[in-house]
Design a binder for this molecule. Structure first.
Ligand code: ADP
Ligand code: MG
Length: 387
């Protein structure tokens, strides 16, 4: 593989000597948005955009990291008694190393060269890709085999506790456990998951709106709090519930009338979205892509109207997609307030889709969207052995 060979060459220039190459994918979520932190259900696929890492062991307990994306080098010791977050890209690999050690995995020191091709900060989870690739590489480099579910949990903990981002488990999980040609339906409470094949002849097309509204981070945390307010209130009537995952629409209608209007809507989105994930899984089982696409469109409406996390650019991209033949479904994906849409498109219509969405979005907004075409890809893996 050309990328692996090139990265080994870069590694050799930077550190000297041979290296092994590993890669972990970014992801796109087909349906089940803002449900992961409510103990609910999600249905992502890994995409064929990866973070690549060339790694070799060192004889001490230092980790040296070179990022091709930032043209920067960082070094730290695995024996540092009080590792501190720096608010810098190196928090991601360092957080994973620190968290693996805390989890009882004693690591060897390592030289790492990282090249990420998942667009950074666009909602395709370059953060999970760098975490999972780093964790997998550090474990392999220490002669250990990764347990993929545990690795996903360690990477999530690193992002929550070391980086300081309160993300759910979805991104790290799919980057670990994705399978080519399949979507993964994950129960975010139990981590029980099922892989379901995507029918042939369909392609994932991701459109980057090229906007990222300022409110994104703050509003994400606010939505989480609104969900928590909903659960606390509803638990007054339904003492057995722990999360919105345990609440039905009937429960909400029966007991939710005293909730602030916005909180009621946030709860309704999460509850109906969980139902849509189950329906989408059934539709896929029956090969019914039209139904799957209809559920994606409903999900978008619910995110726009009830969860209030869309924006005019995402709404425009979705409505443009709906006008094009061969589009089964379209919706915003990721946290919202910008970022990307996911479109399920008949493979022979992808070229037409690209042209039309590209031209019409540009005409309406003055921005040129980036469009990424992907098949569902495999999760983290070793790509080559030492050269
Ligand atoms: P997303 O996960 O949607 O891409 P995030 O803000 O969660 O966006 O994560 C992006 C951050 O992850 C980057 O700003 C950088 O700090 C880090 N990162 C991702 N990929 C790389 C890379 N290849 N090299 C260095 N840092 C990276
Ligand atoms: Mg991220």
């Amino acid at each position: 593989m050309i990328q692996a060979r090139k990265l080994q060459e870069r590694f050799h220039q930077i550190y000297g000597g041979p290296s092994n190459v590993y890669r972990a994918p970014g992801r796109v979520n087909l349906i089940g948005e803002h449900t992961d932190y409510n103990d609910g259900f999600v249905m992502p696929a890994a995409i064929n955009f990866y973070t690549w890492i060339a790694a070799a062991p060192r004889n001490d307990r230092r980790v040296c990291v070179h990022s091709e994306n930032f043209s920067e080098d960082v070094e730290f010791s695995l024996d540092d008694p009080q590792p501190q977050r720096r608010g810098h890209w190196s928090d991601y690999p360092r957080g994973v190393a620190v968290t693996l050690e805390q989890a009882g995995c004693r690591l060897r020191g390592a030289n790492l060269a990282i090249h990420g091709e998942v667009p950074l900060g666009s909602g395709l989870s370059s953060s999970a890709a760098i975490e999972v690739a780093t964790g997998y590489a550090l474990l392999a480099n220490s002669g250990r085999t990764a347990n993929l579910v545990k690795l996903a949990q360690v990477c999530q903990r690193a992002e929550n506790e070391f980086v300081g981002m309160r993300c759910g488990i979805m991104d790290q999980f799919i980057s670990c456990c994705g399978k080519a040609g399949h979507v993964l339906r994950l129960d975010c409470r139990t981590l029980e998951f099922r892989l379901a094949p995507l029918p042939p002849g369909v392609t994932l097309v991701i459109v980057n709106s090229m906007v990222r509204h300022e409110l994104a981070g703050g509003e994400y945390n606010k939505r989480r709090e609104e969900c928590e307010v909903g659960v606390r209130y509803l638990a007054g009537h339904l003492p057995q519930i722990r999360a919105l995952r345990d609440v039905t629409l009937g429960d909400l209608e029966r007991y939710g009338s005293g909730l602030p209007k916005d909180v009621y809507r946030r709860c309704r989105h999460v509850i109906t979205e969980n139902v849509r994930v189950a329906a989408a899984e059934a539709a896929l089982e029956h090969g019914d892509l039209s139904e799957f696409g209809r559920l994606m469109s409903e999900s978008h409406r619910s995110l726009r109207d009830d969860y209030a996390v869309s924006c005019s650019e995402l709404d425009l991209l979705v409505s443009l997609a709906h006008k094009i033949d061969g589009v089964y479904g379209a919706r915003m994906t990721g946290g919202g307030f910008g970022g990307c849409t996911i479109n399920l498109v008949q493979s022979d219509r992808v070229a037409d889709f690209r042209n039309r969405v590209g031209v019409e979005y540009q005409r309406a907004t003055g921005r040129t969207p980036e469009i990424y075409v992907s098949q569902a890809a495999d999760g983290v893996q070793a790509v080559t052995s030492a050269n």
